[in-house]
Design a protein around this ligand. Structure first.
Ligand SMILES: C[S@@+](CC[C@H](N)C(=O)[O-])C[C@H]1O[C@@H](n2cnc3c(N)ncnc32)[C@H](O)[C@@H]1O
Length: 267
């Protein structure tokens, strides 16, 4: 029999997740019941009540991220929303490279990087653009996610490759791994730093960012949570720096960023 989720526990759980992780589950009661039933039974609980009690009181962060993994999607892939990469290559990179001719440092953040395809993809575009000059530049990409599970996979960096990669990239930027899969080459991998980070937290990284990718992450957040995060991104962006969000997303009209095009913004 499927365990039941009482009104009280549903409200407690969704308020807890909303407050601490920004994820809005108010319309997701059915999803919670269907996705979590097996997990709670596997842990020896026969109903939601003691499980919810445990989650709300445990200090074990990994229990919570396991729950978030079930309720959100980590779906991502190389060359996703390629229009952004075209804009990065044709407009953002020429602009940033000129701006940083002296310090030769670019600060880029992939916020909500999931299993790593997005930051590695950025790293490949950087390498392609800078060519032989890449070694003179510090272009290390910060890549963060709340889920340790996806970060572990990202650090491994082994993938099945799609046909959509630009010609020659498979040979240049990957090395064959087991089972017909491919590992990201060291030159690309060493340019990405993975770290756990909850986007609900204050942003206190050492540097401000020239470019933030936060694509297909805020879809889970309600409007006030989104607006507050965008404000924090803005404060963490250099003047003239960029924010890219998912193609299906938008910012509030009163967002501090200037809109350059679909899901593309500048400070
Ligand atoms: C659908 S993936 C997006 C991956 C990539 N940016 C892309 O567009 O393909 C969304 C990621 O956001 C992460 N995420 C959700 N809520 C988060 C939060 N509060 N803090 C940090 N990451 C979060 C999830 O763990 C997930 O890996």
């Amino acid at each position: 029999m499927q365990p039941t989720l009482s009104d009280r526990d549903f409200i407690r759980l969704s308020q807890f997740i909303q407050k601490n992780y920004g994820i809005n589950l108010t319309q997701k009661r059915q999803l919670i019941t269907s996705r979590l039933s097996t997990s709670i039974q596997a842990r020896g609980y026969d109903d939601f009540a003691p499980f919810v009690e445990h989650l709300l009181t445990t200090k074990d962060q990994s229990e919570i991220t396991l729950l978030l993994d079930k309720l959100t999607t980590n779906y991502t892939f190389f060359m996703r929303e390629k229009g952004h990469f075209d804009f990065f290559q044709n407009t953002i990179l020429p602009n940033l490279v000129e701006k940083h001719q002296k310090d030769k440092t670019l600060a880029i953040w992939s916020a909500g990087c999931s299993t790593g395809e997005e930051p590695y993809n950025i790293s490949m575009y950087l390498m392609d653009y800078l060519g032989a000059k890449a070694s003179q530049w510090d272009t290390r990409i910060l890549a963060t996610d709340i889920s340790n599970r996806v970060l572990e996979a990202a650090k491994k960096g082994v993938y099945e490759l799609p046909d959509t990669l630009p010609a020659g990239w498979k040979q240049k930027y990957f090395v064959p791994a087991e089972d017909g899969r491919f590992a990201v080459a060291p030159v690309i991998r060493n340019n990405v730093i993975f770290q756990p980070f909850n986007l609900m937290s204050p942003i206190r990284f050492q540097r401000k960012f020239d470019l933030i990718f936060c694509r297909n992450v805020m879809i889970y957040f309600d409007q006030p949570t989104k607006d507050a995060l965008v404000r924090r991104f803005y404060d963490a962006t250099t003047p003239g720096g960029y924010l890219l969000i998912g193609f299906s997303e938008n910012l509030s009209l009163n967002s501090p960023y200037r809109r350059l095009g679909p899901s593309t913004f500048q400070k």
